[in-house]
Write a protein that binds this ligand. Structure first.
Ligand code: SF4
Ligand code: SF4
Length: 402
């Protein structure tokens, strides 16, 4: 980012005088009021992250796809406070970049979350397997802390949890609690982007997780059920962080129907039980747009119209509902492959898409010898066509992927 751009951004986004309070909220047809845990600091809407004692602006910085260190400085200077990364992002370089850029800031001037994945899981059910040991998890956390140049993270998530069994899996619960006792994590939780309702219900019952990072957006068919369980978790004192708010980034595969970014983010935040969100930010323009949402959560008529029209389209976002997997004669991990499809066509994140294909060893069209498709999608996705499209990525030499 040029100095000029950076100065212009800071000028328009620094915390200022209090503005008008947020008006009525729209969540489907339901209108929700702000909770007493919400307030305005200067122009920025902040919410308490459950019972953690942390209070954050409603929009935080999803660092996953960012590789420009100047963005991190600009974000802090502007008023972003929370940074979200993971052990696996950019093969560890994402944590390294953050560690390098944050090392000169006072440790209490920001909060940081990282996610550590359990070692081994059943890709179809999401259940954790015996290779997911406490030691492997804690070793990865130590590597993450070293990359981040920090003694502790504010939030440590068990990454990508997608079944009740995985929530309750003792070695990982023990690892999370040990990390907290050792002072390597101030707060512990889990992230989920598949089977979220079951996962969050299990976490409420278990009573160990303090923060849940969950997919939540206007394109999820199960948004109503998910909204209710999010409210239950929030009322139980669990901090809720929203992700995947962009619902695939585009509604089609030709990059000509982009999701209205601000509308999608405001839709999520109109549920007052979502305490902050972590949209991915990769450039100055996106940062500015994100910041403007922090200041005013009310949906304009144009944004409401977009949500209404876009809700009726199939789009690129897979619910992760698993309805298709049992009926696929090859038992393909279709939700994960649809996620790869979304990364490639919605976000143009080819490397991320390839990582998912490599993980499942899909390097050729898995449907090519299937005369009739027995799997069906609740959203009406043409599964064989999407699988044929995305599997081509498995044959592209890695050096061509960005
Ligand atoms: S065509 Fe593909 S998705 Fe459909 S049943 Fe066969 S392998 Fe499964
Ligand atoms: S592809 Fe369709 S049926 Fe399968 S998990 Fe995704 S939304 Fe559900």
């Amino acid at each position: 980012m040029s100095d000029l751009n950076r100065r212009a951004f800071l000028k328009t986004s620094m915390l200022g005088a209090a503005g008008a309070f947020i008006g009525n909220r729209m969540l489907g047809s339901e209108k929700l009021s702000p909770l007493p845990t919400e307030k305005k600091q200067g122009k920025v809407v902040t919410r308490k992250l459950g019972n953690t004692g942390i209070e954050l602006p409603v929009v935080s910085f999803g660092v996953m796809r960012a590789d420009n260190p100047a963005l991190v400085h600009a974000a802090l200077d502007a008023g972003f406070r929370h940074f979200d990364t993971a052990h696996v992002y950019q093969n560890g370089n994402n944590e390294k970049m953050l560690g390098e850029e944050l090392k000169d800031y006072p440790r209490d001037s920001f909060t940081i979350a990282t996610k550590v994945p359990p070692e081994e899981k059943d890709r179809k059910t999401g259940n954790l397997l015996s290779g997911s040991t406490k030691k492997a998890f804690l070793d990865k956390l130590d590597t993450s802390l070293e990359r981040l140049k920090m003694d502790y993270v504010d939030i440590l998530y068990a990454h990508s949890i997608s079944s009740r069994q995985a929530v309750e899996f003792e070695p990982i619960l023990d690892a999370l609690q040990t990390a907290k006792k050792q002072g390597k994590a101030k707060h512990i939780g889990l992230s989920t982007h598949r089977n979220e309702v079951e996962v969050i219900e299990a976490a409420i019952e278990k009573g160990v997780h303090e923060v849940i990072l969950t997919a939540y957006n206007f394109k999820q068919d199960h948004q109503e059920k998910l909204g209710k369980v999010i409210a239950r978790a929030s009322k139980a004192g669990i901090g809720i962080v929203g992700m995947k708010s962009m619902a695939g980034g585009d509604l089609g595969k030709n990059s000509d129907q982009p999701v209205n970014f601000k509308a999608a983010l405001k839709w999520v935040l109109n549920n007052p039980h979502v305490h902050t969100t972590i949209p991915g930010i990769i450039n100055f323009k996106q940062m500015k747009e994100n910041f403007s949402v922090m200041e005013d959560l009310s949906l304009t008529s144009e944004e409401k119209n977009f949500i209404h029209a876009a809700s009726a389209k199939a789009g690129l976002y897979c619910n992760g509902c698993n309805t298709c997997t049992d009926s696929c004669r090859k038992g393909l991990p279709i939700p994960d492959l649809m996620r790869a499809h979304m990364y490639a066509y919605g976000y143009r994140e080819m490397k991320k898409a390839r990582e998912v294909l490599d993980e499942h060893q899909v390097h050729d069209n898995p449907c090519k010898d299937c005369a009739v498709c027995t799997a069906s999608c609740v959203k009406g996705f043409d599964l064989p066509a999407r699988l044929a499209d995305i599997s081509r990525m498995g044959q592209v030499p890695e050096e061509f992927l960005v």
